[in-house]
Design a protein around this ligand. Structure first.
Ligand SMILES: [Fe+2]
Ligand SMILES: [Fe+2]
Length: 231
């Protein structure tokens, strides 16, 4: 999917047999991601100092970002169909993480580039999981879900994981990148020091330090307005 349209011409109600399989797939994968988080917690307990706090919990992150895309879409007045499609498509965006080793996720220092690169390959690993399990199904929702899964760590200037630039990213993906980034900056991490992680603080950092090189600023301001209206 490389269009600039919002997904308003299909939904996850029909055809029922296919969409039920898709929803079951997403729920099963989220349960597996939760199990992976539990294994991570175990690994952290055994390998890192007791002072290390595992704050970035993947299955909780996926729920927050799915809620954020849904709320932004509704705040923009795009309607329930788009909101629902975006919500379900965002939920499984990080499922590929469970196929990567436990030790790469929790680090006391800021991670090295090779670790970062390995982490980011969760996008392509997620696509593999979708193809293995739903490869026989054709439904526009699957295209939307795969588009977000593969491209949610891209940047407008092409400096993201796959080097795609803004004009190669769909509108749903551009919103996903913003919401993803906000959540990442909002969760305290050991290497963040005393950085301001309030809603206002993170929005300011994203606007001033990252800006249009990284994000679609029109969508960013719609997202920011949504978050501030909730605060
Ligand atoms: Fe991700
Ligand atoms: Fe994510």
């Amino acid at each position: 999917m490389s269009n600039t349209e919002w997904p308003d011409n299909f939904n996850l109600d029909a055809p029922a047999d296919v969409t039920q399989r898709i929803k079951t797939f997403i729920q099963d994968e989220l349960a597996k991601l939760k199990e992976f988080d539990q294994k991570r917690a175990q690994w952290v307990k055994q390998n890192l100092p007791a002072s290390y706090q595992m704050t970035y919990i993947f299955h909780e992150h996926t729920q927050r970002v799915a809620d954020d895309v849904k709320n932004t879409v509704l705040h923009m007045g795009l309607g329930e169909t788009v909101a629902d499609n975006m919500y379900w498509a965002m939920l499984p965006h990080d499922i590929g993480k469970r196929r990567l080793p436990l030790h790469i996720w929790d680090t006391i220092e800021k991670p090295e580039n090779d670790i970062k690169k390995l982490r980011r390959s969760h996008t392509e690993l997620g696509i593999q999981i979708v193809e293995e399990q739903l490869g026989d199904i054709e439904h526009p929702f699957i295209d939307l879900m795969k588009d977000i899964m593969l491209n949610h760590h891209e940047q407008q200037d092409g400096g993201g994981f796959l080097g795609k630039s803004g004009d190669q990213l769909s509108t749903p993906v551009r919103l996903a990148c913003i919401v993803e980034s906000f959540d990442g900056y909002s969760i305290a991490r050991p290497h963040f020091g005393d950085r301001d992680i309030s809603v206002e603080g993170v929005l300011k950092r994203m606007r001033d330090e990252k800006g249009a090189d990284i994000y679609d600023m029109e969508l960013f301001e719609a997202f920011a307005a949504t978050k501030l209206a909730q605060a």
